[in-house]
Ligand binder design. Structure first.
Ligand code: HXC
Length: 525
């Protein structure tokens, strides 16, 4: 009888060599032609993108050897490793981050059953580890040949997106065509990055739009970065190239906590906390209707003038930005007088509400800079639901338990003043500058409503109008009226704004609030 040596010593070496070959083939991808096709569209491969995302280009892959087991339509003869998605974890500025990246070279990055299960697993791992998840999206949606299994795969992603919402930061980076289901998952995440020219998102593409509505539009026109960053508000950020985009994903991650049980990472501050902000005195004109750029005000107040604006091109009448003050991350919401006079409308309410909600979920204190003439009047606004959209912002602020500091810079009229984190809806500390006008409405509007009869009846209506305006301004339109009633905590010199806000935030560092027990609120939609 011949004795078979089951594991001869050389077998280990050959098996290791075989493993290396398989690994090399997996990393190489399907073919040179597919890689060239990807490059010809100005796109990097999935692994090149991940290398840009992670420190030192290093990441640990999960299920690199996974292959689908689907049959039909020739699928049984085409079973590439990874099944068209690289799932992994690595480090971003030393902190663990999980990621998945569609490989468009394999079935157009489309999502079949195995592909979806890999994403489910990496999402679950991220939740268990309490670390952010980044999706690098470049996929054609449900894999048509796998039918309902592919659709169900999306369901599993959506469910995890929602379960993980407010628990770990979720970031979607759109780097190719994302159609159908591939567009819904990003919409459920905290931030959506897009790249000009090569990325698109739509539920139905231009061909279907043409067939159903007769409208003719290009892929980019319908769902490109410009459309979503400036018209629909789906994209929080848009970039000219992938490297710049991934650089900012890393930057954003450096300002977010790994999960909702942590504070955002703070940095040693070398910009003095008590630095005077003298420039603010000239930056903001005293005349209530003169425009100025509130971004300059923010830059003056925050550490080193560095702020990271979110939705910079959409609903530009409100600015939402992350920045550091005395080394600690803060979320800044500010009316922008240089865009639509800083009025609040449907879009700006939605933008600010979502930002406030995100900051509250991830323990980022809020600093609200108010200079608002009110809510935008108009049939479009009313019929478009300004009531329920404005209510979203109220709802977000009223629910926010993070430290909240309000600074009323100049004018603050009516409901928009209350909505912009006034003391009455729960701001912890409220300051006002001496040029400030907090009132139900501006003097001109008030004169027309309250004193109209007296003005019309006066011998000299113009003189009477001027007198009523003067009286109204003197009695109501100054910060001391609100300060006397405790509605602002102090009237401050603009040059002390940075120091006073930092001092208030430091005082609030241990803030802990428990909301009433409930399943969840019923947020206005
Ligand atoms: C399987 C697909 C595919 C898909 C593309 N491919 N879409 N394979 N399922 N959905 C394959 C192509 O056959 C091709 O394979 C390769 O991917 C590249 O595709 P191209 O068309 O050559 O690339 P390009 O010209 O760049 O166009 C990309 C595209 C287009 C715009 C994404 O392929 C396209 O429109 N695909 C269909 C998108 C779609 O309708 N998806 C379903 C959405 S419905 P070879 O072998 O030639 O390389 C959905 C429902 C989910 O997602 C709902 C959840 C609620």
């Amino acid at each position: 009888m011949t004795v078979v040596e089951e594991n001869p010593p050389h077998a280990v070496h050959s098996r290791v060599a075989e493993l290396r070959e398989i690994r090399a083939a997996v990393e190489q991808g399907p073919s040179e032609r597919a890689t060239e096709a990807q490059r010809s569209k100005g796109k990097l491969t999935a692994r090149e993108r991940l290398a840009l995302l992670f420190d030192d280009g290093a990441f640990t892959e999960v299920e690199g050897l996974r292959r689908h087991r689907a049959t039909g339509f020739g699928l049984e003869d085409r079973r590439p490793h990874t099944d068209g998605v690289v799932t992994c974890w690595g480090r971003v500025q030393g902190r663990t981050v999980f990621a998945y990246a569609h490989d468009f070279r394999i079935f157009g990055g489309s999502l079949g059953e195995a592909h979806a299960e890999k994403i489910h697993k990496i999402m679950d791992m991220a939740a268990t580890a309490g670390a952010p998840l980044v999706g690098l999206c470049d996929g054609a949606g449900a894999r048509i040949q796998e039918g309902v299994s592919a659709l169900a795969g999306y369901g599993g992603i959506f469910q995890r997106n929602v379960r993980n919402s407010g628990v770990i930061p979720q970031i979607s980076v759109i780097m190719g065509p994302c159609a159908g289901g591939a567009a819904y998952s990003p919409a459920l995440t905290d931030f959506v990055f897009m790249v000009q020219g090569s990325s698109q998102m739509f539920i139905t593409g231009p061909e279907v739009v043409k067939a159903v509505t007769g409208e003719t539009i290009s892929h980019d026109g319908l769902g490109g970065a410009t459309a979503h960053a400036s018209l629909s508000g789906v994209a929080s950020f848009a970039y000219d190239d992938e490297a710049e985009c991934l650089g900012d994903v890393r930057h954003l991650l450096s300002m977010l906590p790994s999960n909702n049980r942590e504070l955002p990472p703070s940095e040693p501050a070398d910009d003095p906390a008590d630095r005077r902000t003298d420039a603010l005195v000239d930056l903001v004109p005293a005349e209530p209707n003169r425009p100025y750029d509130v971004l300059r005000v923010i830059e003056e107040i925050v550490d080193h003038g560095d702020c990271f604006e979110i939705h910079a091109r959409w609903a530009t009448n409100v600015v939402c930005a992350l920045a550091r003050m005395d080394g600690h991350v803060v979320g800044i919401v500010a009316n922008q007088p240089s865009s639509l006079a800083g009025v609040m409308d449907i879009k700006s309410s939605e933008k600010a509400a979502r930002f406030v909600q995100m900051c509250d979920a991830f323990n980022i204190p809020l600093v609200t800079l108010v200079d608002v003439p009110g809510f935008l009047p108009g049939v479009d606004q009313e019929h478009g639901g300004i009531i329920r959209h404005g209510a979203k912002l109220l709802y977000a602020y009223c629910n926010a338990t993070v430290p909240r500091v309000q600074v009323v810079l100049r004018k603050a009229y009516g409901g928009a003043y209350i909505v912009m984190d006034s003391r009455s809806i729960g701001s912890d500390v409220s300051f006002a500058w001496p040029i400030n006008e907090i009132a139900v409405m501006g003097a001109e509007g008030a004169a027309d409503v309250v004193f109209r009869r007296q003005i019309t009846a006066a011998a000299d209506p113009e003189l009477a109008r001027r007198q009523y305006l003067k009286e109204y301004r003197e009695q109501l339109m100054h910060p001391y009226y609100a300060a006397e009633r405790g509605l602002v905590d102090d009237v401050i010199d603009p040059a002390e704004t940075r120091a006073r806000v930092i001092d208030a935030l430091a005082m609030l560092r241990g803030k802990y609030v428990v909301l009433p027990s409930r399943k969840h609120g019923n947020q206005p939609q």
